[in-house]
Design a protein around this ligand. Sequence first.
Ligand code: TYM
Length: 332
Amino acid sequence: MKKRVFSGVQPSGSLTIGNYFGAIRNFAKLQHEADCFFCVVDLHALTVPQDPATLRENIKNTARLFIAAGIDPRVSTVFVQSQVSAHSELSWLLECQTYIGELRRMTQFKAKAGKQDVVTTGLLTYPVLMAADILLYNTDLVPVGEDQKQHLEITRDLAIRINNRFQEEIFKVPEPYIPPRQSGGRIMSLTDPGEKMSKSAENPKSYITLLDPPDLIKKKIMSAVTDSEATIRYDEGQKPAVSNLMVIYSLCSGESLEAITQKYEGCGYGQFKKELAELLVETLRPLQEKFHELSAPGVIEEILADGANRARAAAEPKLRLFQEKLGLLPFA
Ligand code: TYM
């Protein structure tokens, strides 16, 4: 039996190379060895204010980026969360098994809530919807970046709590699939290596999006912060900015961090950055070309309609099973 893989990405504008190296690139790799479901989690995006027309475009563009990054929609199921209503339905049932205290303690809730004038309930219950996404599909593995670790822990806790309550395995307890930092698990900001790279950051120089044109990529890499030591070596603690650039280099070229250190011995940061920018531009070029091909009218809509049908068929039985266990009536 192939393992079941599920992961989701929020449709918040063009995705960054953090999203790509931390998660999406691994989606494409996993699809040949596992049965994969990749979801544009539009309902999660609604936890913060969204402009409707922009959101609609972002949902489609996120799905296009999945495919441009190598996900084959005939092999993997690519779909939009709100088009499979079982996600919202299971989320409610799980909310009734979740403690407010455990949601309030979530690091991402605390960070996001601190930035908003008003805090919606959706921001608090965000991890429960994420647990519903994962648990609906009997998921074995969830490929994500390091920042999602805590959300996966609460998903596992919920599954275990419910299985214990009913004395049987209703939900499979999923395993996280998080790359180590050297392999992209946490790509850092280009302007502040103490922060993760994020598209919601105020300074656009801090992140590179998958659709940034070559000139802009070059500018952003050339202006990335470094340090005053002028040696290229990996040391997360002492040299976080240079280490982050080395990780991106290694992910683009396939060379090890040691090989990169040797290659640039005696070289300044300028030459290293120039070559890194060229590598990154070449790495993203095929993805950008494919993305534009997918922009023809109707193409992505058709892929998503097919994906939603497949996802509905896979998700419904689990929802019905749990409804029945809770004492709800079967569908007439
Ligand atoms: P989101 O949309 O913020 O990010 C999508 C994926 O990209 C990873 N990521 C990063 N990895 C490395 N370095 C970075 N700087 C970086 N920034 C983002 C994230 O870890 C994630 O894997 N809550 C999720 C979406 C979600 C989900 C799910 C994920 C909803 N339901 C079910 C898995 C399973 C989120 O906001 O990801």
